[in-house]
Unconditional design. Structure first.
Lengths: 312, 412
């Protein structure tokens, strides 16, 4: 990535402009907010935000709004379709001579519940129609706003309020759905995973995405102290650990060609990440070592493939 | 210009002469012809609009609602199961105050699955905030589309509108339809000029933020109700202009042979044609019976009904829908409307019929009248609802069951 021209080289290059007002009603230490704040800085002032029920809905609580941008709140399922209507309307308005800024963008902001589960049909439709929009998912790996219930983004072995860890069940027994690959199968121009602890990587990805017409999809890790049972002041550290353990790979796909934008030479043990969060606390009673090994093996297998194909 | 048009083609022509700028489409029987025609016209350049095929009705309504919110005149159409799938978005669109117009092609609701007409779908959205115009003929389908935009886009209203036609009978039936010239329609229907479009960066608006306090939520709901109430007078203004410019006059309800009537049948949609014919024949036989047909169902034409039905001995409501556990929807709403009328009809009876395209005949209308007269004469409270099953219907069902099961389940 360093070989490509960019205006983002160091932390000093993070734009000063703010599109998110200080003092939002989100939880202390919210990782989703950090990532979104950076994303908005990259996207700029001519961005129309489409949002659905979820944590980020708290940005607009009547009669206040924490975003200095046009905002439409729509049904849980319907963010991509709502974005389609706006993008299509912009086409109509321009054809009738209405003067809109050249860099007008439509940004969908949804959580993992909307992206992985209930809104997947609507997003698949919009991706198939190659809708020219940005789609930003803050993935806190459960239905966070309703009290941290299981979603198909919930990682293996995580406890949630609807996938409890008991003597009989070790929390969630399903592996996290691979939304990146589902998106990739739609043949869209740009997909990226991002992490708030890697702001330059995040900004560069938005910068790069701007070159493409069509769906530009971002999957951001949303460290969630409230749901994960982590220390709010450790959010950035946990976010970093997710990357360094290889659990949250940073990558992009341009027209389906996958490339990792950060490749750790060696991985920190997954335990280091899992131990920071109460949702995984049940795994460290000495009775779950096999499952922890399975977790580590799965992460290792992922990276073996990356190392063999991308590190030459 | 007169053309031979199906109801579906009339709906598409209604959108075309209203110079709709955006169309969302998704197929469903018996509506598909509407979106087929519109997509073709856009592809040919006959319409200066953007057409998008959606992957579901839910998404389709989200898309047209958002386009309307952006300042573009938006249209769609659907039916039955599709409308039910989209119903969540209908509440959203009304709450956004996005004056979308859609045509519903009425069809029953499964299960059991059915393709033919019934009003369960359109009645199912009566609480959403959409205004409703009900067409009986292809001409009304076409005329009601520009009427709907004119009323819905009025600043005093700013609400979405559903135009209803009956599946099969109207959607696929052909009639000679007058298609008014674009210039005339332009006279009647000003350009859509939305205040605070969502694409305005100089004046950014947050549409539909979450409300945590009940009092603020109630305020918005009250605004919707007030807008519905104002739509009544706006309907009259629009109807007067429509008559002046296009030459056809529409009232919220149609009154037929009501002068000196003792009895009346209330209905909506295409079966009114059958009921009107029967009423005329009954008149010829000396019966003092008339008919009232609903054109505007939301807002409910309460005062018009009180005016039309006051002083009558008995009124029968023909409901082609059923609110299970209660009965006919029109009957229920009409009972409320007439409750405080000084000269309310002594007897109000509810009849359920025509569900899933079940036929009604002259005999059914005569039966309703006879039952009304019996109730008035006996002075006893009538039992409601009453089902319009004919002997022939029963025989057909009995025969079909006997054929498949090999034994008699229902006696002929």
């Amino acid at each position: 990535m360093s070989s490509e021209p960019t205006r983002y080289r160091t932390l000093k290059d993070i734009p000063k402009e703010e599109y998110m007002a200080p003092g939002t009603p989100l939880c202390a230490g919210c990782g989703a907010q950090l990532a979104l704040r950076l994303a908005l800085k990259a996207l700029g002032p001519h961005t129309i935000v489409v949002n659905v029920p979820g944590c980020v809905a708290l940005f607009a609580i009547y009669p206040y709004s924490s975003l200095k941008l046009p905002f439409v709140f729509t049904s849980f399922v319907a963010a991509p379709a709502t974005a389609q209507g706006i993008v299509d309307a912009i086409k109509v308005l321009r054809s009738k001579g209405v003067n809109l800024p050249e860099d007008t963008k439509v940004l969908v902001v949804v959580g993992d519940g909307a992206a992985y589960d209930i809104g997947l049909q609507s997003s698949s439709g919009a991706l198939h129609r190659q809708l020219d929009h940005y789609y930003f998912v803050y993935d806190n790996e459960a239905y966070g706003n309703t009290g941290f219930q299981y979603s198909s983004a919930t990682p293996f072995l995580s406890r949630t309020t609807t996938s409890e860890a008991t003597d009989r069940v070790p929390g969630n027994t399903f592996w996290k759905k691979d939304l990146f690959e589902i998106w990739r199968a739609h043949g869209v121009p740009y997909i990226a995973t991002v992490a708030a602890s890697k702001p330059v990587d995040l900004l560069r990805k938005f910068e790069k995405a701007a070159r493409f017409k069509g769906p530009k999809l971002f999957l951001a890790l949303g460290v969630c102290p409230t749901g994960w049972g982590s220390d709010p002041q450790m959010t950035v550290k946990i976010d970093k650990l997710a990357v360094e353990t290889g659990i949250w790979p940073l990558k992009e796909a341009v027209y389906g060609e996958v490339r990792h934008t950060y490749i750790p030479r060696s991985l920190k043990p997954v335990e280091e990440y899992l131990r920071t969060q109460r949702r995984f606390a049940h795994l460290f009673d000495g009775k779950h070592d096999d499952l922890l090994k399975e977790y580590q093996a799965r992460v290792n297998a992922y990276w073996e493939k990356v190392w063999s194909t991308e590190l030459k | 210009m007169k053309r031979m048009l199906t109801g579906n083609a009339s709906a598409a022509w209604g959108a075309r002469i209203s110079e709709v700028e955006y169309i969302g489409g998704y197929p469903i029987t018996p509506q598909s012809e509407v979106v087929e025609l519109l997509s073709k016209w856009v592809a040919e350049g006959a319409m200066n609009a953007v057409y998008t095929n959606y992957e579901s009705e839910h998404s389709m309504f989200a898309g047209v609602g958002a386009a309307s919110l952006s300042g573009v005149r938006a249209f769609t159409s659907t039916s039955s199961q599709g409308l039910m799938f989209a119903i969540e978005m209908l509440y959203a669109i009304a709450g956004w105050r996005a004056p979308v117009v859609f045509v519903n092609v009425a069809r029953g609701l499964g299960m059991p699955m059915i393709l033919q007409v019934e009003h369960g779908d359109i009645m199912g959205i009566r609480d959403t905030g959409f205004l409703q115009l009900h067409a009986e003929t292809c001409q009304e389908v076409l005329d009601f589309v520009p009427m709907a935009y004119r009323i819905g886009e009025d600043r005093r209203v700013m609400l979405p509108v559903a135009v209803n036609m009956d599946g099969f009978l109207i959607s696929f039936g052909r009639e000679p339809v007058d298609v008014p010239d674009k210039e005339l329609v332009r006279d009647f229907l000003p350009k859509y000029n939305r205040p605070y479009p969502v694409v305005d960066f100089s004046n950014p608006v947050a549409y539909a933020p979450t409300i945590v306090d009940g009092y603020a939520y109630m305020y918005f709901k009250e605004q919707l109700q007030k807008a519905q109430e104002r739509a009544r007078e706006v309907f009259y203004e629009a109807a007067a202009d429509f008559e002046r410019i296009i030459g056809r006059r529409y009232e919220p309800i149609e009154r037929y042979m009501l002068d000196d009537a003792d009895y009346a049948i209330v209905s909506t949609g295409s079966y009114s044609t059958i009921i009107r014919g029967a009423v005329r024949r009954l008149r010829e036989r000396g019966e003092r019976v008339g008919m009232v047909r609903i054109r505007m169902f939301r807002p409910f034409p309460r005062d018009e009904f009180v005016d039309a039905l006051s002083g009558l001995k008995g009124v029968a409501v023909f409901d082609q829908n059923i609110s299970l556990g209660k009965g006919g929807v029109i009957y229920t709403e009409l009972a409320e409307a007439l409750y405080h009328a000084k000269e309310r009809p002594r007897v109000l009876m509810s009849f359920i019929g025509g569900l899933g395209g079940a036929e009604i005949s002259f005999d059914a209308v005569r039966y309703m009248l006879e039952r009304l007269k019996d109730a008035v004469a006996s002075g006893e409270e009538p039992r409601n609802p009453n089902w319009l099953f004919s002997e022939e219907d029963r025989r057909r069902l009995a025969r079909a069951l006997k054929l498949t099961l090999g034994e008699e389940v229902i006696s002929e």
